[in-house]
Design a protein around this ligand. Structure first.
Ligand code: NAP
Length: 295
């Protein structure tokens, strides 16, 4: 039987409705408006689209949005000065620096400069450490979106064999960390595969849930999975342009073949992507509540 398609678009829409209500309530009861600053350095077209989506979503939910589009020649010092200013700005509860940054700017210095209490991406080492010990303030957006997709689709994580393909700091490692915590909505047995893994199929074939974040089209094919598996495809790969000039996007999973064996699967686009931005909004709301002592 073909798989259930887990819609990130629909799940994100529902969560955004919930957030919108909570944000309106916060304003009415406490006159508190969550504020998100987005910083884009340079003119990378994909980054411009991502920042535009974040700004639009913030505004639609009632979040105050401050957007900083800086020229590609911006120095690291200038960027750090802006972050310092935003760290002190009481209207701003979350700061998001769009990655990647131009090569002359040290990404680590920039991410470390953001006040951990405003680190709504969850990339600061303080927040990475808090996640590791099971006491997170902010869960990183894409991994949190994945967990929510599984939970809201009624997929049992507790006790499941989960295989994550990819070990990046923004997807692979944090989703593994979230799902292995001894907590409700987690408590899985997690294996992480990467390019050094001897036999990836050995692991994926026994998985109940596979999360693929490799950045390679068809990194997961039908012969690598068992019947009834749940597959979350994080990958976003641009493989060309349509006649109308739009990017053609595919994920990391051979969707058409794998969906014939899977119980449930996310599409690309319309899967993990919309959840990522939604979780950024959730973190901004949480940052505002934490700052006001309401969380
Ligand atoms: P990344 O930093 O390039 O990491 C890719 C990871 O996958 C690495 O750990 C790499 O192993 C591993 N890998 C690559 N090819 C593999 C293969 N054939 N078999 C097994 N492991 C393999 O990428 P990322 O930032 O995690 O992103 C992964 C994908 O998700 C990208 O397509 C990205 O665009 C997408 N993404 C989507 C969202 C969203 O919101 N939808 C958010 C973030 C990322 P090594 O460590 O050994 O090199």
């Amino acid at each position: 039987m073909p798989a259930e398609i887990i819609s990130g678009t629909e799940n994100a829409r529902q969560i955004r409705e919930e957030l919108k209500e909570e944000i309106a309530e916060l304003k009415e009861k406490y006159n508190l408006v969550p504020g998100l600053a987005t910083i884009l350095v340079g003119e990378d077209p994909a980054s411009q689209v991502y920042v535009g989506q974040k700004e639009k979503t913030s505004q639609a939910l009632g979040i105050y949005s401050a957007r900083y589009d800086l020229p590609a020649e911006t120095s690291e010092e200038e960027l750090l000065n802006l972050i310092d200013k935003l760290n002190k700005d009481q209207k701003i509860h979350g700061i998001l620096v769009q990655l990647p940054l131009p090569k002359h700017i040290n990404e680590t210095n920039v991410l470390y400069a953001i006040d951990p209490k405003k680190d709504v991406d969850g990339f600061h080492p303080v927040n990475v450490g808090k996640l590791m010990i099971g006491e997170p303030d902010f869960l990183p957006c894409t991994p949190h979106g994945i967990q929510q997709l599984l939970l809201r689709s009624g997929i049992k994580i507790d006790g499941a064999e989960v295989v994550v393909v990819g070990r990046s700091n923004i997807v692979g490692k944090p989703i593994a960390n979230i799902l292995l915590q001894k907590k409700e909505g987690a408590n899985a047995t997690v294996t992480i595969c990467h390019t050094g893994t001897r036999d990836i199929s050995f692991h994926t074939k026994r998985a109940d849930i596979i999360i693929v974040a490799a950045g390679k089209p068809k990194a997961l094919t039908a012969d690598m999975v068992k019947e009834g598996v749940v597959v979350i495809d994080v990958g976003v790969n641009r493989i060309g342009k349509s006649e109308s000039g739009k990017d053609i996007l595919v994920g990391d999973v051979d969707f058409e073949a794998v969906k014939e064996k899977a119980r449930a699967i996310t599409p690309v686009p319309g899967g993990v992507g919309p959840m990522t931005i939604t979780m950024l909004m959730l973190n901004t709301l949480k940052a505002a509540k934490l700052a006001a002592g309401l969380a």
